[in-house]
Design a protein. Sequence first.
Length: 66
Amino acid sequence: MAQTLDLLIHRTETMRSIRGIVRTMKTMSAINALPYEQAARTIETYRDTVLCGFQAFMHCNGPLPV
């Protein structure tokens, strides 16, 4: 019985440790994702600006000769 209790205590401590590691990994993942999300928004804004510039050019100059 004592071995079983010791085994359960050890497993419980191990699970708590693993839970702490997983929580830390989730936090790090969320923190690391932020710069990539910001970069994606910046690239999308740049793309929209370039497309708007092309539209303005086409409006002023007409279609390009092919």
